[in-house]
Design a protein around this ligand. Structure first.
Ligand code: NAG
Ligand code: NAG
Length: 222
């Protein structure tokens, strides 16, 4: 092939491919190439104020898990110095490979100063990733420079968190199928996901989040 003929080919190759599913051209489905992991009911472990029965801080109805907490609540175990929470520990631990959490979440307006999702397990610290809500914004911890959604209140949003454990690790967060964040991990060798409400900075008196269609995927490695 003559030299002059290469340029158009190069341009074609470098152009992003149009979506094949008739969608508007958002990112590809974050779960593409992943396989769903079977989750059983006993893997959903509720952490709630130790002095209250589950039904005072958790409800599972019509496929929706609703968790709420007050900033004045007790921690999840007597003697713990951690802040109050009503959170589900998804007891599907992983140590290597690429894993993904997917769910539809909902945060009612007014809920602030709270973590709604954690990737637990790290080296020299407890978590590899947390997503906090402050005044309607969803962000990486309390990092103002890493807001993953500017307007999270009062709507169902699709959340996908991909954790590539290898090496130092890296994570990607998608909201409504759109990649919003890519960050390095924090090491560690044993990980799992937690979701719900866990008090952080300047919390509102009442905090709540709702979740449905919670799934965990792992990457098919050929
Ligand atoms: C998680 O499951 C393992 C068994 O797979 C069990 O040994 C462990 O106690 C469970 N952890 C919690 C917090 O329930
Ligand atoms: C991890 O969390 C526990 C409370 O659950 C806390 O006591 C401990 O200091 C934390 N570890 C690190 C390294 O931050």
């Amino acid at each position: 092939m003559a030299k002059c003929c290469w340029l158009p080919w190069l341009i074609i190759i470098l152009l992003p491919l149009p979506p094949c599913d008739g969608s508007s051209g958002a990112d590809v489905d974050p779960t593409a190439g992943f396989a769903a992991v079977e989750l059983t009911g006993d893997m959903f472990k509720l952490h709630k104020p130790y002095d209250l029965p589950p039904e005072q801080r958790y409800e599972f109805r019509d496929g929706v898990r609703r968790m709420w907490v007050l900033c004045s609540d007790r921690p999840f175990s007597p003697g713990s110095t951690t802040k109050p929470r009503s959170e589900i520990l998804l007891n599907k631990t992983y140590t290597s490979g690429v894993w993904q959490f997917e769910a539809y979440g909902y945060v009612p307006s007014g809920t602030t100063g709270v973590s709604i999702l954690q990737v637990f397990g790290a080296s020299g610290r407890n978590t590899t990733l947390m997503l906090h809500v402050y005044g309607g914004r969803l962000m990486y911890y309390h990092d103002e420079a890493r807001v993953v959604d500017g307007d999270i209140y009062d709507r169902w949003f699709r959340l996908n968190v991909v954790h590539d454990v290898a090496g130092v690790g890296k994570l990607a967060v998608f909201v409504d199928g759109e990649r919003r964040l890519t960050v390095a991990g924090h090491g560690g060798y044993r990980h799992y996901f937690k979701f719900g409400v866990y008090v952080q900075r300047d919390p509102s008196h009442y905090m709540e989040s709702r979740w449905r269609d919670v799934k965990v995927y792992t990457k098919i490695v050929d």
